[in-house]
Design a protein around this ligand. Structure first.
Ligand SMILES: [Zn+2]
Length: 311
């Protein structure tokens, strides 16, 4: 009897490993594509703009859950950041990271998903910025998922920028935990919609130049959520950053042209075909513009190139 149980157990473990192995191969090595890069609008040296990032929380996961083809034997550290662009026309924050009420908000996430989204929180961005006597005039959300919008209500009435498609979806009955937690943005009157009025930019057909000086340029990134955004921050021709939200969860997603782990992607992405188009386009674009540092929202290493603002 014990022998029979052992056989079943061995079979179960073997099948689990086999399924993970097969699933981990789906969506890697996506095909390359031909690019049509648009002329950049003027990028000048901007010594008057500083960029610094605040780590509001961390998590640990297996590399294989972050991108297709990643190892299930390697532990990777992930991050939840808010990034401050200090600009003479007003401080702008990219995402909020985990806010003061994150523990309360996390209670709204169904128990079955909780192990996937565990976090270790640090001081919220609003508290770190208050210690440095810094105010935020504008917040731009890469998208409105709970781990990006968690701290919205911690700030004193800044303008909050997203797209109308993202906001409309976030208000709909289809927006629910684990992706959207409505208490984070319910009742906010300071939400503004980005209109892409500034024409083609790099590989993107439309853009919005936030301060009309080429320093912060926002583009649409399709496929993760209905209105996700990518944000270019240009401090000089050679110091350029591209915040890509949750299009991928790691730089390897672009460097290896790989989706997220298949099951994770089915859970969190709106449209895999659109994501694939974006990943492949950006992967090739980064080869042509090696000066640009790509910063996926949860890649711990990607944020290390930025000045860290600590308590
Ligand atoms: Zn996220």
């Amino acid at each position: 009897m014990a022998m029979k149980k052992f056989k079943y157990l061995t079979g179960f473990v073997f099948l689990t490993f086999l399924s993970f192995f097969i699933l981990s191969k789906i969506g890697q090595n996506l095909p390359e594509t031909k690019l049509n890069i648009q002329k950049q609008t003027g990028i000048t040296d901007r010594k008057d703009i500083q960029i610094s990032t605040i780590q509001t929380g961390t998590f640990e996961t297996l590399e294989g859950f972050l991108y297709a083809g990643g190892s299930f034997f390697k532990i990777k550290k992930g991050t939840h950041n808010a990034t401050l662009i200090s600009h003479p026309k007003g401080n702008l924050l990219i995402d909020t990271g985990l806010g003061r009420k994150v523990d309360e908000q996390f209670l709204e996430i169904p128990t079955v998903f909780k192990p996937l989204f565990g976090y270790k929180k640090k001081l919220p961005a609003a508290d770190v910025l208050a210690k440095h006597h810094m105010k935020v005039s504008n917040i731009v959300l890469t998208h409105m998922h709970w781990d990006h919008a968690s701290g919205l209500k911690d700030f004193e009435n800044p303008n909050i920028y997203t797209t109308s498609s993202e906001y409309q979806f976030s208000e709909s009955v289809d927006a629910k935990p684990p992706a959207y937690v409505k208490s984070q943005y319910a009742g906010l009157s300071n939400i503004r919609f980005i209109e892409f009025t500034d024409g083609p930019y790099e590989i993107f057909d439309q853009s919005f130049d936030f301060y009309k000086d080429g320093s912060i340029v926002i583009v649409r990134l399709e496929g993760h959520s209905p209105g996700s955004l990518g944000i270019f921050v240009n401090l000089s021709k050679n110091q350029r950053y591209f915040f890509t939200g949750d299009l991928t969860w790691s730089m390897a997603g672009f460097h290896n042209r790989a989706h997220k782990f298949y099951v994770s992607s089915l859970l969190v992405d709106t449209d895999r075909a659109l994501i694939e188009k974006e990943i492949v386009g950006i992967a090739n674009f980064l080869q042509l513009r090696p000066e640009i540092k790509v910063i996926p929202a949860h890649d711990h290493n990607a944020f290390e190139v930025l000045n860290q603002l600590k308590e």
